[in-house]
Design a protein. Structure first.
Length: 281
């Protein structure tokens, strides 16, 4: 950026060359700030706004300096944004930064051509995440391959292997214990949006795929990690930095372009630090 000053010349620069110099200095400025912490929206497929605290990785094996919460990594594969929760991958359908809501759908079901897909991903426990199931969610519970003679709420298209049947129940149905089948091969819980479920009403057993494809929502708040929240309290953004020994370490990206190891209040002149501390307490 400093090198891009126009040369002190008595001859007027040819116009095209002046343009080039200008272009390069603009490029240099935006590159520098992008590198510190990506400010621009990044998109993958139809999802725009994949920005802090989310971040877009092109290849999960490609560990590089990034700005965002570690578990908020979005991978773009075949123009489809994917978020991993524990070991399960979900397709990202929307990120709403104002409402702090990310919309997801089970990746297996979302792209499936099967009209009667079998759910494999069980509800993921999000206890240690800065993400939570949103109040707009409710849950479908699938009971697969049950040795049961109940006839209500069976899913006909999931087959009758050896006389066994499968069921799908909503939370409201499960409250009635007499409806819950026992003696089943597997029980899988899947989050869905309450609004999508309500629109299916009595057709759930045949149209549950629509509810699953409609996905569910997670809300996020400030980081649950103390190291990161100290950084954010100093108006920094959390991320990680690759050291020369190729290990990833925590980094706090400050709005003035600095990259700090802890927060943005430190190592910026002692007077300023004292003043900041005074106003914070
Ligand atoms: C989830 O996606 C990652 C990254 O593409 C991939 O390596 C992993 O195998 C996927 N996991 C599952 C369970 O499909
Ligand atoms: C991206 O997010 C900003 C701020 O939340 C919002 O104003 C803008 O409309 C969003 N853009 C898209 C394409 O969703
Ligand atoms: C959450 O984190 C705590 C402390 O780091 C740990 O003891 C606990 O096992 C974790 N729980 C899960 C479900 O990962
Ligand atoms: C529970 O389900 C059974 C069987 O469908 C039904 O007869 C009963 O009325 C239900 N009880 C309640 C409290 O909804
Ligand atoms: C029927 O269900 C029972 C109980 O889950 C299971 O042990 C049995 O293997 C199932 N039969 C078939 C043919 O899948
Ligand atoms: C799925 O989760 C439910 C409730 O959390 C649990 O009862 C069930 O055993 C789990 N199923 C599998 C296949 O892990
Ligand atoms: C999600 O939203 C609920 C209800 O508004 C709130 O209680 C919860 O703390 C939020 N969780 C996160 C991680 O933002
Ligand atoms: C980030 O990594 C670079 C290159 O390895 C290093 O010079 C810099 O000091 C690191 N910053 C922090 C905050 O660790
Ligand atoms: C917080 O994040 C830092 C850096 O990523 C990590 O070293 C530390 O273990 C995290 N702490 C908790 C409680 O998860
Ligand atoms: C900010 O970082 C400095 C060191 O750079 C440290 O002395 C100070 O305790 C940190 N403050 C907070 C709130 O984490």
């Amino acid at each position: 950026m400093l090198d891009a000053k126009p040369p002190p010349s008595s001859l007027p620069l040819p116009i095209p060359l002046l343009f080039l110099v200008l272009l390069f200095s603009i490029a240099a400025v935006s590159f520098a700030s992008d590198y510190a912490c990506q400010e621009l929206s990044t998109s993958c497929g139809s999802v725009t706004n994949i920005t802090y605290p989310f971040w877009l990785a092109n290849d999960p094996a490609d560990l590089f300096t990034h700005c965002g919460y570690p578990e908020f990594m979005v991978i773009c594969r075949n123009n489809t944004p994917i978020l991993s929760l524990a070991t399960d991958n979900y397709t990202v359908t929307d990120i709403d930064h104002d409402r702090r809501i990310i919309s997801l759908a089970d990746a297996d079901i979302f792209g499936s051509a099967d009209t009667c897909p079998r759910v494999r991903h069980n509800l993921t426990s999000l206890t240690n995440f800065s993400l939570a199931y949103a109040p707009s969610d409710t849950y479908l519970t699938f009971f697969f391959n049950c040795n049961d003679d109940r006839t209500e709420y069976t899913v006909p298209c999931l087959g009758h292997a050896g006389g066994n049947i499968s069921f799908v129940l909503t939370d409201e149905m499960i409250e009635n214990n007499s409806l819950v089948p026992d003696n089943c091969e597997a029980v899988i819980v899947a989050p869905v949006l309450r609004d999508h479920l309500n629109s299916l009403e009595y057709e759930l057993a045949n149209r549950y795929k629509e509810a699953l494809q409609g996905g569910f929502e997670l809300n996020w708040s400030a980081s649950t990690n103390d190291t990161c929240s100290h950084c954010e309290q100093s108006y920094g953004r959390c991320g990680s930095n690759m050291t020369s020994s190729r290990t990833l370490v925590f980094a706090c990206f400050c709005s003035d372009g600095r990259t700090e190891s802890y927060n943005c209040s430190g190592s910026h002149g002692k007077k300023k630090k004292k003043k900041l501390k005074g106003t914070q307490l």
